[in-house]
Write a protein of this length. Structure first.
Length: 374
């Protein structure tokens, strides 16, 4: 039975070049990067070369890149430190954010009594930019936290527009870019965002490693204490092979961005057209464009069929999800879809199908065949 992997928004496969690079480091570079002798200095040089490589792709300074374990850690660190150390009194976010942002913001409200406001969501799943500007009109020290690409429906934020609005109103702007970094161009010289975050496993790198971009004029304090690693901002011995693997994956993602994006866009169009052939009443959740590697489809079938659909797809070797992998065990309606779908549509089955450069038309054909048999 052919395994069909269509959940690349949850995680991606490791590129062979990344595996080879990591094995080389694991085999040859065992030194502690904090040690001052030659073996340690060699490991340190690999980390700093990786930092420069990542910064170059984003048009940032290497001193602005901090290595962390994942996007969740980075989101929590930035939100907590902004409130605790930068005197933020209000957080503006949306109810469609990843729970790593939503729960962190609510925790800050509980611990520090910060004001928590949610920007309105339009029926097409986009934020109401007019409402955001209205909220920013209040002169309160504010952190705006809005994701670049929604992990469930693919709705893309106008990053430059929000960054300019925040700059105009002297608000800090934190953007969860976990779903977009490595998949689209982000020029941090042109876009005045204060903080972005990334997880390597979203762009064909290893799990357990990511990075945060912290613009120079924002001095955060650590959440993890101990050693002086990462400029004193994150204690703990660095996993050199993870860092190098992430940098390699990042470099390849941008080297091949144009050709792989074109392929994935074609696969997405093919998937949508095949779904429309089989289900004339099918709807696609989110806005009409959406990010190029995600389709969230509302299927016109009964609740009874829906309850067994994911199980049957899994039995046939097809990996898709109903939403965020972090919430895949929950039977509650998606908190993202709940923001813009009506009650009737919310009860119908929605599938998130997400693609990579490895996805083929054959994969889509197998998915469609199995859906028809449900």
């Amino acid at each position: 039975m052919k395994q069909v992997y269509l959940d690349n928004a949850a995680t991606t496969s490791l590129r062979p070049e990344v595996i080879a690079e990591m094995i080389k480091v694991l085999s040859e570079e065992y030194g502690n990067p904090s040690s001052t002798y030659a073996v340690g200095r060699s490991a340190r040089s690999l980390i700093e070369a990786s930092r420069k490589s990542i910064a170059k792709q984003l048009n940032a300074s290497s001193s602005e890149i901090i290595f962390i374990s994942c996007g969740t850690e980075a989101n929590n660190w930035i939100i907590r430190s902004a409130v605790r150390d930068l005197q933020i009194k209000r957080i503006i976010t949306s109810k469609m954010e990843h729970h790593a942002v939503l729960y962190a913001a609510k925790q800050m409200q509980k611990e520090y009594d910060v004001e928590l406001e949610f920007v309105n969501i339009l029926p097409n799943s986009e934020i109401d930019y007019g409402h955001l500007e209205q909220l920013l009109g209040d002169e309160v020290p504010t952190l705006v936290s809005l994701m670049h690409v929604n992990n469930e429906v693919g709705t893309e934020l106008d990053l430059k527009r929000v960054a300019d609005l925040c700059q105009k109103h002297q608000a800090l702007f934190h953007c969860d870019t976990v779903q977009s970094v490595g998949k689209t161009e982000i020029d941090l010289k042109e876009i005045p965002v204060d903080f972005i975050v990334a997880s390597a496993h979203k762009f064909h790198g290893p799990k357990g490693i990511g990075f945060a971009f912290i613009r120079k004029n924002n001095v955060l304090k650590p959440m993890i204490f101990g050693g002086e690693q990462e400029k004193g901002m994150r204690a703990g011995t660095e996993a050199v092979h993870q860092v190098v693997g992430m940098a390699k994956a990042f470099e390849i993602s941008y080297d091949k961005l144009d050709e792989e994006r074109e392929h994935i866009q074609e696969i997405k169009k093919y998937c949508q057209s095949k779904l429309q052939e089989v289900y004339p009443d099918v709807k696609f959740n989110g806005n009409q464009t959406g990010f190029y590697n995600i389709v969230n489809v509302l299927l016109p079938m009964s609740e009874e069929k829906a309850s067994m659909m994911l199980f049957q797809l899994d039995m046939k070797g097809i990996a898709v999800s109903r939403g965020s992998a972090c919430q895949s065990g929950s039977q509650k309606p998606s908190h993202v879809l709940s923001e813009f779908l009506n009650e009737t549509d919310l009860k119908k089955p929605s599938l998130r199908v997400s693609f990579s450069h490895e996805t083929t038309r054959e994969d889509i054909d197998i998915l469609i065949d199995v859906l028809q048999s449900v």
